[in-house]
Design a protein around this ligand. Structure first.
Ligand SMILES: C[S@@+](CC[C@H](N)C(=O)[O-])C[C@H]1O[C@@H](n2cnc3c(N)ncnc32)[C@H](O)[C@@H]1O
Length: 241
């Protein structure tokens, strides 16, 4: 199955985890070429501002780069990491981990159904919410999994509110990310999907409103540095006590 650019974005989203199986082997190589990718995950991990031994869920963990950011920030945390791509998850599991990580194969739409056992003090979803089939249902399920007073962070692209951000994103995706994807993962449509899904994702204001409608409070958005300023954000929110 492939992600055809002619199919609807919703249809493409259903096939994203399968598409990630095909790029899993080269994923760390490609993201390694992206200046700031790992540093920015570290920003979102530390912006959760959790206790050192917190219980944390990493949703859409991929090859474990976001899990590593959490482990580096919270060395004594109890970590659970979930992804729907077997190929990506296998890559993550094969890495050397300081401390135990519980790995789950499943859909981030409903982590409890995949075995995630809340309540969690913190949840990180890095480059995930844009890909789920129904963002509102996903947020309702995550709200239920978060402990009262717990913090959630969506580390995500959002460019719809700014002409400059949209233009820069389209330029970087077209001139760098898609060509680099062609070289590292020939034949994969995932990087074209990335460009389109980012352009069509909520703007900052719309995503903040979506979080408030789901019941989250203390909603705020913090920027990245480098070329990703205004393009990638930490969307932070809390479940009220
Ligand atoms: C861009 S990668 C990000 C991985 C990691 N969080 C990071 O920051 O490097 C997105 C990941 O989301 C996963 N994914 C996409 N849709 C998903 C879904 N509905 N449920 C679980 N995982 C999903 C993909 O399989 C992929 O591994």
């Amino acid at each position: 199955m492939s992600l055809q650019t002619s199919s609807s974005l919703d249809e493409q989203k259903r096939r994203v985890p399968t598409a990630f199986n095909r790029v899993a082997r080269r994923y760390d190589l490609l993201t390694g070429l992206n200046p700031g990718y790992r540093r920015h995950l570290g920003y979102s991990a530390s912006r959760l501002a959790l206790r050192d031994d917190a219980k944390i869920l990493d949703l859409c963990c991929g090859t474990g780069l976001s899990t590593a950011a959490l482990r580096d920030t919270y060395p004594r945390a109890s970590l659970t990491a979930l992804d729907a791509s077997e190929g990506m998850l296998l890559r993550a599991q094969r890495k050397r981990w300081a401390g135990e990580v519980r790995w789950l194969l499943g859909d981030a739409m409903d982590p409890a159904a995949a075995g995630a056992e809340g309540p969690y003090d913190g949840i990180l979803m890095a480059y995930g919410i844009r890909n789920v089939a129904d963002a509102d249902t996903c947020l309702a399920n995550l709200f239920d999994l978060l402990a009262p007073g717990g913090t959630i962070c969506f580390h995500e692209y959002s460019v719809a509110d700014s002409l400059r951000s949209r233009a820069l994103w389209n330029f970087v995706a077209g001139a760098v990310i898609i060509p680099a994807g062609v070289v590292t993962s020939p034949g994969s449509p995932i990087y074209r999907y990335l460009r389109r899904s980012v352009v069509e994702f909520d703007g900052v204001k719309a995503f903040e409103s979506r979080l408030r409608r789901a019941g989250f409070t203390e909603v705020r958005t913090l920027p990245m540095d480098g070329w990703q300023r205004g393009i990638v954000h930490s969307f932070l929110a809390e479940r009220p006590r």
